[in-house]
Design a protein around this ligand. Structure first.
Ligand code: NAG
Ligand code: NAG
Ligand code: NAG
Ligand code: NAG
Length: 781
């Protein structure tokens, strides 16, 4: 084929796709179906058209940076719900743009214009303009901004930036940037209405400058009058793209992104206001940067706030850090729960939570109150959600919902949150839908209870078989509750949360002052008695250097506590996903150790133990950096004469084997699956599912899929990019990726046993080429 043929073929293809650069002729139509043929600026740097929202079947009519991998959106057609369904189309007519859905109903227009449109233009600076026959601008995106300004764009005095509601939902959010006649201000609004709460940041011109708007000039500097908004910055518009965005958490941020594709392809922060939004927002109304009942801390590395839920509160929407938290229990005030008012101490307890305050949520300040009086006052007060005591013996009572929460230095006196002591018997009837079971703590308790019951039934049924072993044979200590309370200073220092309860650090009073991890199981109903004993007998008899050792227990009335050896270096997740990757050799030893521990559980115990929840959070690291498997809370005892047939799903999303979803027996192979996922995480030092598409490209979001693609395309090295040590050992990396792919086969029969896995890792057995795990290996739920 000659060069000319290719050229004409290319022209033909361009024509075929209706690729439009610069000017757009009247009556041209774009639809969600030709997503790939947007209207481009002359150089192709900006595009106007439909963009699919994540993996949904919804679209935005938008403008985006077209030459960068993240295709960042800078403008979208603003309507109550900007996400329009598939089949929607937009047409350029003499009276403006018309966006209609598949049924032809109008969804959005450019409004009334002062003349007839004769063409439209996607300009080089990102402005999309409707022009008349005399080339005057009838309408432009630059004067109708959404949450972003671009260089060469001015926010007029009557204009406004409005944040979106979350990273992926473009509905109008909680923050606005606007001019109040004197200054440009940032405020939280009384969502969804327009009322502005007290502004949390303002910027104005110097003295007598005349102000025409917030001017973002073509060199990337932003001015009000003569005054620079971000101070003196060194900017380079020839090398970088810039944008200023009112982020969905309320920070107004100037970002840059290198234009050249051989530079790091992500947005970095150049400037931002306010300095620390967690502290800047100080309005009695509204939730603050984070949602209600959460608390905010400023992440100075990433220049953005992060939100956490205190104590027994969890995110309202698990995928939206900024959507607020809800209590995992009911306050039960009013007629619906008389017991909570007559005897609150039987129903509630005050739980300490360090380093947090909700400084604007007070409704009472009691003075000269001891800590006990303060806590008790909240317990007996139905309006009280939390108290903040201080050294001066003040007791600040906080109302629900807790708002404007923030990280503070509490100088040793934590906040106390009212929390319900919830016996299992009081739970709502279980609804066994996977969606409910995943993620929800109540859900996992329900599952745990059902599993426990099932296990006890198996136990009761196997007449001549396995009895719960007596504790004498396990060499474990039996502790009194008092002793453990003392050892943990009243269960004060929380170090983690397992599937069945909270783990505290403690010190045993003895010659050696042994440091221990004390796992206090949630106050349990009688039905869980059996399960507690099961767990004890199974764990008590295990002994392997890659398993966390159980030292003792306490079984006193309703108190069930397990005492483990303390692991000083946290969990594998802490180490693996930290900012600095652990050395390759350290990771190699982790992977080998975990496989050995798992092999022991599966094949060397009296009764094989399926862990069911293998994941980096359940692997602890001791002071010698040795990996140990912990949390047998979900482990199911497997008797050699019965293969498991339980079909209830346990484990953690991202690590569960597909057979949990099917009506097939659950075997030790579920752990092999989870191990495979985790092995990839250990190799790549990243999470199995990365929902934050700012961090990875979409094709890499699911680690198992990405790893298989890299293996098939013989590009294993990109999995350990910039990891010199791993690159130097690329032979092993490749072999281990192949082992991982064997482990994550959809069909459990094809997966190797953990013994084979161990031998392959150790190099004793060859690793054959693995087949495709099949396309359904993991889906992004
Ligand atoms: C900036 O805007 C002006 C006025 O709208 C326009 O004439 C100019 O071409 C724009 N600059 C760039 C780089 O697009
Ligand atoms: C976005 O958020 C709004 C308000 O919470 C909600 O009504 C809408 O359904 C959400 N849109 C999508 C696409 O999730
Ligand atoms: C605080 O309370 C104690 C005991 O109730 C009392 O003796 C003391 O005088 C009180 N102090 C003040 C400053 O009120
Ligand atoms: C592991 O623990 C030891 C002893 O506590 C400590 O010296 C070391 O720094 C820790 N290593 C990591 C990576 O946390």
């Amino acid at each position: 084929m000659s060069i000319t043929t290719i050229f004409f073929l290319a022209l033909f293809l361009l024509h075929f796709h209706h690729l439009t650069f610069g000017n757009v002729a009247l009556n041209t139509i774009l639809s969600t179906i030709d997503q790939n043929a947007p209207w481009l600026s002359p150089s192709g740097e900006f595009a106007f058209g439909f963009r699919r929202i994540d993996n949904t079947n919804l679209f935005l009519l938008a403008i985006w940076f077209n030459n960068i991998p993240s295709k960042t959106i800078v403008w979208y057609a603003n309507m109550p719900n900007p996400a329009v369904p598939a089949g929607s189309r937009v047409q350029l007519t003499p009276t403006g743009l018309y966006l209609t859905n598949l049924q032809g109903q109008a969804m959005w227009t450019t409004g009334e214009l002062q003349g007839d449109v004769s063409y439209a233009e996607m300009r080089e600076d990102g402005n999309f303009v409707l022009a008349s026959s005399t080339s005057s601008n009838l309408w432009q995106t630059f004067t109708n901004p959404t949450d972003t300004l671009l260089p060469n764009q001015t926010l007029p005095l009557n204009g406004m930036l409005s944040s979106r509601i979350s990273r992926t939902n473009y509905t109008k959010g909680r923050f606005e940037l606007y001019f109040n006649g004197v200054k440009f201000l940032l405020s939280q609004i009384a969502w969804p209405t327009e009322f502005h709460y007290n502004p949390y940041h303002g910027f104005d011109a110097a003295s007598k400058d005349s102000v025409s708007g917030l001017v973002f000039n073509s060199l990337g500097n932003m001015y009000i009058g003569q005054k620079r908004v971000w101070g003196n910055l060194v900017l380079d518009v020839s090398r970088n793209y810039y944008r200023a965005t009112l982020d969905y958490y309320g920070v107004f941020t100037l970002y840059f992104h290198p234009k050249e594709s051989n530079k790091a392809q992500f947005w970095s922060v150049v400037g931002y206001v306010p300095n620390n939004i967690c502290e800047a927002i100080f309005s009695e109304m509204g939730s603050g940067s984070c949602g209600y009942n959460s608390y905010c801390s400023w992440d100075d590395t990433n220049k953005r706030p992060t939100c956490k839920c205190p104590g027994r509160y969890s995110l309202v929407d698990p995928n939206d850090e900024f959507g607020g938290c809800k209590p995992d229990f009911s306050f039960g005030c009013g007629a619906d729960d008389e017991r909570s008012q007559e005897n609150p101490e039987e129903v509630f307890e005050m739980k300490p939570w360090p380093n947090v305050n909700w400084p604007l949520g007070d409704y009472e300040r009691l003075i000269n109150y001891t800590l006990d009086e303060c806590k008790r006052s909240c317990l007996y007060d139905c309006n009280c959600a939390a108290v903040i005591p201080n050294h001066a013996k003040d007791c600040w009572k906080k109302r629900f919902p807790l708002s404007n929460g923030r990280y503070v230095n509490d100088h040793g006196i934590p906040a106390y949150l009212k929390t319900r002591i919830q016996p299992l018997g009081n739970l709502n009837p279980p609804r066994l839908q996977p969606a409910l079971l995943f993620g929800s703590p109540i859900g996992s308790l329900v599952v745990a209870l059902l599993v426990a019951t099932a296990v006890s039934i198996i136990l009761l049924k196997s007449k001549n078989g396995v009895q719960v072993s007596s504790f004498d044979e396990t060499n474990m200590h039996s502790f009194t509750y008092e002793a453990l309370k003392e050892a943990t200073h009243g269960f004060n220092e929380e170090v983690g949360r397992g599937s069945f309860g909270i783990v505290y650090k403690g010190t045993l009073k003895s010659a050696t002052n042994t440091v221990v991890a004390v796992k206090r199981l949630d106050r349990v109903a009688q039905e869980r008695d059996k399960e507690f004993k099961n767990e004890l007998s199974a764990i008590g008899k295990t002994c392997h250097k890659n398993l966390v050792r159980l030292i003792g227990f306490c079984d006193e009335g309703v108190q069930r506590v397990l005492v483990y050896e303390f692991m000083s270096n946290g969990s594998l997740a802490d180490i693996l996903f930290a900012k600095f990757k652990p050395n390759w050799n350290v990771r190699v030893n982790f992977a080998l150790g975990i496989a050995r521990g798992l092999h022991y559980l599966h094949e060397e115990c009296d009764t094989p133990i399926i862990h069911c929840d293998i994941k980096p959070q359940n692997i602890l690291i001791d002071e010698n950096m040795r990996a140990k498997i912990s949390d047998f809370g979900l482990a199911k005892l497997l008797y050699s004469d019965k293969s498991g047939t339980l079909t209830m799903i346990r484990g953690t999303r991202g690590y569960v084997a597909p057979e949990w979803y099917k009506n097939t027996p659950v075997t030790t192979k579920v752990d092999v699956y989870s191990y495979g996922v985790m092995l990839l995480e250990i190799i790549c030092c990243r999470k199995s599912v990365e929902m934050d598409l700012d961090k990875v490209e979409k094709s890499k979001a699911i680690l198992t899929n990405w790893a298989y693609d890299c293996y098939m395309e013989r590009r294993i090295e990109v999995l350990v990019e910039s990891d010199e040590e791993a690159l130097a050992d690329i032979g092993r990396v490749k072999k281990w990726v192949m082992i991982a792919i064997w482990c994550i086969q959809d069909n459990p029969e094809i997966r190797p046993s953990v013994k084979t896995v161990m031998h392959m890792l150790e190099g004793l057995v060859e690793v054959p080429s693995p087949p495709s795990p099949s396309s359904s290996s993991l889906s992004m739920v």
